[in-house]
Design a protein around this ligand. Structure first.
Ligand SMILES: [Zn+2]
Ligand SMILES: [Zn+2]
Length: 372
């Protein structure tokens, strides 16, 4: 029996263990077995590891890892990717976190029209224990088993795995959010937060034809990167400490002096909500992307602003498979323009998973990846 290694999470905030599991002896019709090329460590993984995921109970042990590139080693019959491209052994693919696909039958999939909120959704990388077959259901392992109907995307030749993994969850998250924001050519777009999601907010704004992009965040290195990536202006929150002054600065720096056409909240900080609403012009659009975990209330928000400004406030949660496809196409086109693969600053082996996740937790790395 062929075996493979996996880094498994045995409990919250405990060191990861490397365990050996047997590979499935048969790959079912429509499924795919990949050898992992690279897997990213996302901020969400840190929250999962530390137990910040609320009431969601993990079935320990589990294999985390949802920013993945794998190389196909086995296919169950004829399998096509989501763009209709027939897949073969040796192809490099990526896939979103959902096991199989959305059900397209539940209330959220059909009536509400938001399959990213599918009520039947199960996920790779935390959802199912690694103790039961097929064991390999997360990216932090030598292999990953992809069930039939999973949305698979073939990587274009010449697209380095680093560029895709470095863009991670941030890319499809912001592709989705930018559709909500409906950015028009020439818009002033303000991005709150300069983490991976915020930096991709800058990229999608730029690539959607924004006239001016302003990034509000920190620390300095992140804002330097934002300017290299085409931010017209940055506001460092450690230098401009009073939110009132930042609101004033945004208005001065906006193309129309009435404020931003679009604001993306990508910081995850509840207080950013009240501040961002004040950046927006009358009739502006405010998309809240960063509040992926409940970090508490925003106490200084005035609902009056929404009415008085006729502000449109929208939430954007995770993404759908189509956004992964659009993100892959975008990343392939802009990979050199933004030197995306250079964002990967730290590589770790499976045996170093604890060290790797601690580095991400402690903000000691821009992008850390596991190379099994
Ligand atoms: Zn993620
Ligand atoms: Zn559904």
């Amino acid at each position: 029996m062929k075996m493979g290694k996996a880094a498994v999470m045995v409990d919250f905030d405990k060191p990861f263990e490397v365990r050996n599991y047997p590979l499935p002896d048969k790959v079912e019709q429509g499924a795919v077995l990949v050898k992992m090329v690279m897997a990213g460590i996302c901020g969400t993984d840190v929250h999962t590891w530390l137990g910040h995921t609320g009431g969601k109970i993990l079935n320990f042990p589990v294999i985390l890892g949802h920013e993945n590139v794998g190389e196909i080693v086995e296919l169950g019959g004829e399998v096509k990717d989501w763009n209709g491209i027939p897949l073969k052994k040796g192809d490099r693919i990526t896939w979103p976190t959902t096991i199989g696909t959305y059900c397209y039958q539940c209330f959220n999939c059909t009536v509400a029209g938001i399959p990213n909120k599918c009520l039947q959704r199960k996920t790779y990388g935390a959802g199912i224990t690694s103790e039961q077959s097929p064991h390999f259901l997360g990216g932090w392992a030598e292999y990953c088993y992809l069930y039939p109907r999973t949305s698979l995307f073939k990587l274009p030749d010449g697209l380095p795995a680093e560029a895709l993994v470095a863009s991670g969850c941030a890319a499809p998250t912001m592709v989705h959010a930018s559709e909500k924001a409906d950015i028009h050519v020439g818009d002033t777009v303000v991005v709150q937060g300069s983490g991976p999601v915020g930096l991709f907010g800058l990229i999608v704004a730029r690539e959607n034809g924004a006239g001016k992009v302003i990034v509000v965040g920190g620390p300095t290195e992140r804002l330097d990167l934002a300017r290299r990536w085409g931010a017209d202006a940055t506001i460092d929150i450690s230098e401009v400490k009073d939110p009132k002054d930042r609101v004033q600065l945004v208005k001065e720096k906006s193309l129309s002096k009435y404020g931003a056409d679009v604001v993306f909240e990508c910081s995850g900080v509840p207080a950013a909500f009240a501040e961002g609403a004040q950046y927006a012009r009358d009739g502006g659009r405010y998309v809240i992307v960063g509040q992926f975990m409940d970090a508490g209330p925003s106490e200084t928000f005035h609902p009056f602003w929404i009415t008085f400004k006729e502000l449109t406030v929208m939430g954007s949660y995770s993404w759908e498979p189509k956004h992964t496809g659009r993100a892959v196409a975008l990343i392939d086109r802009i990979k050199d323009k933004y030197s995306l693969k250079d964002i990967v600053t730290d590589r770790f082996k499976l045996e170093q998973t604890t060290e790797a996740i601690q580095a991400v937790r402690d903000w000691k790395t821009i992008k850390a990846v596991l190379v099994p």
